[in-house]
Ligand binder design. Structure first.
Ligand SMILES: NC(=O)c1ccc[n+]([C@@H]2O[C@H](COP(=O)([O-])OP(=O)(O)OC[C@H]3O[C@@H](n4cnc5c(N)ncnc54)[C@H](O)[C@@H]3O)[C@@H](O)[C@H]2O)c1
Length: 469
């Protein structure tokens, strides 16, 4: 295995985070496991709180409005939200959003925004890098604000568990931004599997071209040495970027363009690698259709990864035991250009760059990244497949997660990828692959206790440390 050079030492702070910011201060001072127990002890039951009457618009604030945040901002505005406040640590990167919503209050620090806008916003979306999802989301929930947060829900499994408890406790309306969950195809996967169209599913293979396909395309780099700030002509920090706020709860480091924007995905301090980035999309339909949460064993084979950076490519195998009447499943994830063998039922066709194959006792099914296309293999079987199972799952208007979330805030049906009942579990399932990858040995996951029974050293990755910033 190719080894990358180590990251600067002494960068991890054992202290918690957030010097300012009222209510969050106390809970964070004790770290994620403490609040997890505290929320649970407080009793995890609450009706949906703070619903917005249909007579007015949902007043929305955005956190992280460059990159994906711009898509969420414009999508949510189009879906009917009133844009009231916008926050980004990098004003130049946020310029387009600021320009298009000139009436919105502007902030760099979400703690200040959430305090100052109290009573003037109903809901918040979070489209920051993965390591900041948790602090921003929890702080918004504590203030009774509805929350839309990008995938993966959190940076660690411990955080996902805390947000799940917090969502139950606060009763706010939540949605994770794995937009394919609102698709027709995601419902077809579940309905067809439940109707037995391909029989008992015993094996699933999902793959992605992220972080890149060696020799072809790099979406973002992984398996690289720690970037040397001087190696690229010491590009200065953009004057409108507050780097301390960008780092947020992550260890303090000097600014490097090799980290932000976008390329943070490959570094474990900020992102969740290829699996974390695409797993909540590509594994979503199978997780939902086959109830994959719970105990499992996970092992990983990888190339080029290190203690601070995700690998160039990996293959991760989940062994999932029987769940009630559902058969045990072997689930294999591939990234970095690795793929499963193409089944003969694919005929002359090639496997696309991302997708999932479901192998059942009675047939094979394929779905693409967001399950916008679902089909049985071979093609002849799909052509004959005219007597389709009943549509048992409600459809989402326009297959649009933004519309679904806003409607739920105004008393409509619950959003499909809500944190308490769905997306915290999906994120945990996906994150287990990274745990096996980073621990470097097969893990045995005890879901009830939230521990790896054979790898106590995983504790530090399940619940991380937070910097005071
Ligand atoms: N659902 C999807 O299809 C999809 C697509 C792309 C990205 N994403 C997710 O969206 C998130 C953002 O990804 P990206 O590609 O836009 O990253 P990015 O680095 O391109 O943009 C992040 C934005 O957040 C801002 N930001 C960073 N820290 C902040 C903070 N503490 N407070 C306020 N603003 C902050 C940055 O300045 C930037 O404008 C990630 O979690 C990613 O997984 C989802």
């Amino acid at each position: 295995m190719k080894r990358a050079t180590p990251a600067p030492s002494g960068t991890l702070s054992r202290r918690s985070f957030i010097k300012t910011g009222a209510a969050a201060t106390t809970v964070f001072a004790f770290g994620a496991p403490f609040i997890s127990r505290a929320w649970a002890a407080a009793g995890a039951k609450s009706p949906c709180a703070n619903l917005v009457p249909a007579t007015r618009k949902v007043r929305l604030a955005g956190i992280g409005i460059g990159g994906r945040g711009y898509t969420n901002l414009t999508g949510l505005a189009e879906a009917g939200a009133e844009i009231v406040a916008l926050c980004d640590v990098h004003f130049e990167r946020a310029a387009r959003s600021f320009h298009e919503y000139p009436g919105a209050a502007r902030y760099r620090d979400f703690r200040q925004m959430l305090d100052e806008m109290a009573g003037r916003i109903d809901a918040v979306f979070v489209s920051t890098p993965d390591h900041t999802h948790f602090p921003a989301t929890l702080m918004a929930m504590e203030r009774g604000l509805h929350i839309y947060v990008e995938k993966p829900l959190t940076h660690t499994i411990g955080e996902a568990r805390v947000l799940k408890a917090a969502a139950k406790k606060t009763g706010v309306v939540t949605q994770m931004g794995n937009q394919g969950h609102a698709n027709e195809g995601t419902r077809l996967v579940k309905e067809w599997i439940e109707a037995g169209v391909i029989g008992a599913v015993r094996e699933i293979h999902s793959w992605t071209n992220r972080p890149g396909v060696p020799g072809e395309r790099t979406v973002w780099p992984q398996g690289i040495p720690w970037p040397d700030p001087k190696a690229r002509g010491a590009k200065p920090r953009p004057s409108t970027l507050d780097w301390n706020l960008w780092l947020n709860v992550a260890p303090a480091r000097e600014y490097m363009p090799d980290i932000a924007p976008f390329k943070w995905r490959g570094f474990w301090d900020y992102g969740c690698g290829a699996l974390g980035d695409m797993g909540c999309h590509i594994m979503d339909a199978s997780y939902w259709a086959l109830d994959l949460g719970g105990n499992c064993k996970v092992s990983a084979d990888q190339e080029g990864g290190s203690a601070f950076c995700g690998p160039i490519a990996s293959t991760i195998t989940y062994e999932i035991p029987a769940r009630g009447p559902l058969a045990p499943i072997k689930y294999v994830w591939y990234d970095g250009g690795r793929k499963p063998a193409a089944p003969k039922e694919l005929g002359a066709g090639k496997l696309p760059q991302n997708g999932t194959l479901y192998f059942g006792d009675k047939g094979i099914m394929f779905s693409d990244s967001y399950s916008s296309s679902v089909k049985l293999l071979p093609e002849s079987r799909m052509k004959e497949f005219t007597n389709r199972p009943a549509r048992t799952i409600p459809r989402v208007p326009k297959s649009n997660q933004h519309l679904e979330w806003l409607a739920a805030i105004q008393g409509g049906p619950k959003s499909g990828s809500d944190i308490a009942d769905y997306s915290a579990g999906l994120t945990e399932f996906v994150s287990l692959g990274n745990l096996a990858l980073r621990i470097g040995k097969p893990i045995e996951w005890d879901a009830a206790r939230g521990i790896c029974t054979n790898a106590p050293e995983a504790r530090i990755l399940i619940n991380k440390n937070y910097r005071v910033y």
